[in-house]
Structure formats: structure tokens, C-alpha cells
Design a protein around this ligand. Structure first.
Ligand SMILES: CC(C)(COP(=O)(O)OP(=O)(O)OC[C@H]1O[C@@H](n2cnc3c(N)ncnc32)[C@H](O)[C@@H]1OP(=O)(O)O)[C@@H](O)C(=O)NCCC(=O)NCCS
Length: 209
């Protein structure tokens, strides 16, 4: 197993990775996405691509884990004044999935904005393929991201995590992240079933890993 993981490389996203990235997101966030729109997993891949939720262009901080051409994980980092193509909110495409889905997506973006404070590197998304979890891939992605952040003069990692996502919470705690704020919001509960979420941060100079 350890040998197998030695073949995993962490690199920047390329446009040809888009479908594999959307597949990882569709299966990793399946239960959350089902609260947004009722689609099969294959249809969800198209939904993520069509609506631009799976970001199609490379930029510094958009990172994937690959083993022999197969993508095993993805992480998207955002920061203030990042050199990043502007995300197009494809409202006409989203409307095809209905008003309720469109409203939920807008509320989700409002509740979980990807606008980090100055000097912070925000983990906007991290997901690992189900079959290769618990083998250190997310840890590798976060460690690689740390180097990217430091190179860009950023001193802190931030992220939001659903309090019920124990797996992700354990990962962040193990990396040394601390809870900065606990959030509860009726809209998030009603629309997305999120009862509570944490805003966590990690001083990059003091990371455990
Ligand atoms: C959260 C996620 C990214 C972790 O990826 P991963 O590659 O399996 O994580 P790692 O192997 O690097 O695990 C590092 C640590 O995280 C914790 N962890 C990971 N999986 C866990 C599990 N199933 N149960 C409990 N703790 C777990 C452990 O502390 C683990 O260290 P250990 O194996 O030495 O005990 C992955 O489970 C995933 O894609 N989940 C779905 C998407 C998601 O929830 N993303 C986060 C949104 S905020």
C-alpha cells in the first residue's frame, strides 16, 4: 500500500482533468449535492461541469493528485488577489435545473463565500476518490498547498467544514487546524441540512505536518 502511494504525484490542474475532477466531486459530495438537485451520479458530473461548479481552468492553487494518469484527489485554494480566471456564474445553465436549485446554489455561495481575508489561503474544496481514501492523499494535497501558499506570501490556511463531517474534521485537526468560529444559520439548515459548521484556521508557520 505504502509503495502504491509513492506513485501518487501532486500537480496543478489541467483542462483535460475536468471530467475526472467533476467525477470525484460528484461522488464525494453526493449527499450534499442531492439536497441541491435530484440527479444520478453521472448526471451530477454534467451538472457540475455545465454550471461551472467544477472549475474548468487551471490557476495557481488548483491542485490534483494523480497516479498513472488516474486522478485520485482534488483541492482548490483561493486567496485575495489570486491570479485566477474569473468564475462565470452560468445562471442560464443553472436555471435549466429549476428555480429551487438556482436559489439554493446562490444561497450556498452567499453562506460559504470563497473570499478569504488578506494573507489567508482558503481551502475552497478538497476531495479524494472513495477507493483511495485513508492513504494520506488529502494530507499530501494540503502539504503541497501549504508550499504554494507560503510561496505566495500567505501565512494562514482557512476553511469551512460541516460539523457533522467527522472524517474531514479529524483530518483538519490532525493537520493542526483550530476552530475559529462556530456557525449556525436557519437557511443553511433548511436548504442544505447543515445544522452547524466551523470556520477553522491554521497558522502555516506552525503546521504539524
Ligand atoms: C476528507 C477527505 C478529503 C480525507 O481524505 P483522505 O485522503 O482519506 O485523508 P488522509 O488519508 O490524508 O487522512 C488523514 C487523517 O484524516 C483523518 N481521517 C481520514 N479518514 C478518516 C475516517 N474515515 N475516519 C476518521 N478519520 C479519518 C485521520 O485523522 C487521518 O489520519 P490517520 O489515517 O493517520 O488516522 C476524504 O474523506 C473525502 O474526500 N471526503 C469527502 C469530501 C469531503 O468531505 N471533503 C471535505 C469537505 S470540508
Amino acid at each position: 500500500m505504502a509503495e502504491e502511494m509513492k506513485e501518487v504525484i501532486i500537480r496543478e490542474f489541467q483542462p483535460s482533468d475536468l471530467r475526472q475532477v467533476a467525477k470525484i466531486s460528484a461522488s464525494s459530495f453526493r449527499s450534499d449535492l442531492l439536497k441541491l438537485v435530484k440527479l444520478s451520479e453521472a448526471q451530477m458530473v454534467d451538472f457540475l461541469i455545465e454550471t461551472g461548479e467544477s472549475f474548468p481552468y487551471p490557476f495557481p492553487g488548483y491542485i490534483v493528485a494523480e497516479r498513472n494518469g488516474e486522478l485520485l484527489g482534488v483541492m482548490r485554494l483561493t486567496w485575495h488577489k489570486q491570479n485566477k480566471p474569473k468564475a462565470r456564474f452560468k445562471i442560464s445553465k443553472i436555471l435549466r435545473y429549476g428555480w429551487l436549485t438556482t436559489i439554493k446554489l446562490l444561497v450556498m455561495r452567499y453562506l460559504f463565500p470563497e473570499k478569504p481575508s488578506k494573507g489567508a489561503c482558503h481551502v475552497a474544496e478538497i476531495a479524494v476518490k472513495q477507493q483511495t481514501r485513508r492513504r494520506g492523499i488529502a494530507t499530501k494535497l494540503l502539504n503541497f498547498g501549504k508550499e504554494v501558499a507560503l510561496k505566495n506570501g500567505l501565512s494562514k490556511y482557512t476553511l469551512n467544514v460541516d460539523a457533522s463531517n467527522i472524517t474531514a474534521f479529524n483530518l483538519y485537526q490532525k493537520m493542526g487546524f483550530k476552530i475559529e468560529k462556530r456557525h449556525r444559520n436557519l437557511l443553511a439548515r433548511w436548504l442544505m441540512g447543515v445544522k452547524e459548521w466551523y470556520f477553522m484556521s491554521l497558522n502555516l508557520g506552525a503546521s504539524n505536518q
